[in-house]
Design a protein around this ligand. Sequence first.
Ligand code: NDP
Length: 294
Amino acid sequence: MKRVFITGALGQLGRALTELLKNRQEYMLYLTDSYPEADHMVKMLDITDEALVKSEIAAIYPDIIINCAAMTAVDLCETEKEMAYNINALGPKYIAEAAHKLGAKLFHISTDYVYDGQAVTPYTEESKPNPISVYGSTKLAGDNYVMNCCPNATILHTSGLYGAGKNFVNTMLKLADEGKRIRVVADQITTPTSALELARVIIFLMETDSCGKYHASCEGSTGWYGFACKIFELTGRKPIIDAISTSEYPTPAKRPLYSVLDNKKLRALHGYYMKEWEEALKEYLERKVINHEI
Ligand code: NDP
């Protein structure tokens, strides 16, 4: 049985991984997060606490570590720069050092926001990062630490993640159900990716000799407005929705205007294809209906 150690287990990706792995006989899960509260399955671990990270990981001696912990509040990162650096850069460094020391297979998750959005065709793993926000810069610093401290690590870059909890899909559904008129940015092109689809890729790669940087987003692309329209189409909602431009919706952090990722390496090395974003969204919404969440 392989021991799998997950940080940030209560986040969107952490929950998706737990759902898929919890009944698999071949894996034993060790779940951690910074504020587990009443969840007795999840142990408290703040990844910015170097000594604790290293002692907890050494005590478990995991075969696989998946770092899902991050500071993902992109706008908050602009004002809380030190916290963002500690969580997105130093935390991954400590985890990578621990993984390397024990010979554990490490998966670290990164973002499309390491790119500047000036491209007109999808970014590949060879594209040069050039972040335009604190979130993107701190995530890139984390990627660099991970690669330097644990050269066999696998880093997956994804985009527009949605799973359990607060995310774009749930916000859109809530606004529509409240009868609000909705304004959504149309000129930032990305690929919405379900946490479940990303979790499936990680689980697939766990049994391969993957290492280095991978792009792992659903296939296809759209703007946030197009994404919102699809959510309403698939759930039969008909709110009034206005397409607006980025300049009409100023935010503290700059976002790349184009951040579509090409999963070139997943396809070429493993023959692995992720779902089209519309198909993954349909699956996500169907599961919400089955779980009586909508
Ligand atoms: P979430 O924000 O849903 O989950 C992150 C988890 O990490 C939360 O449970 C959070 O707890 C926890 N966490 C925060 N700080 C610490 C800390 N110091 N120590 C331990 N745990 C901590 O993130 P996602 O699941 O959406 O993202 C997973 C990965 O994917 C991240 O690396 C992210 O950068 C990347 N990504 C995400 C995208 C998105 O759209 N969400 C897009 C592209 C990449 P709490 O909630 O209490 O802070």
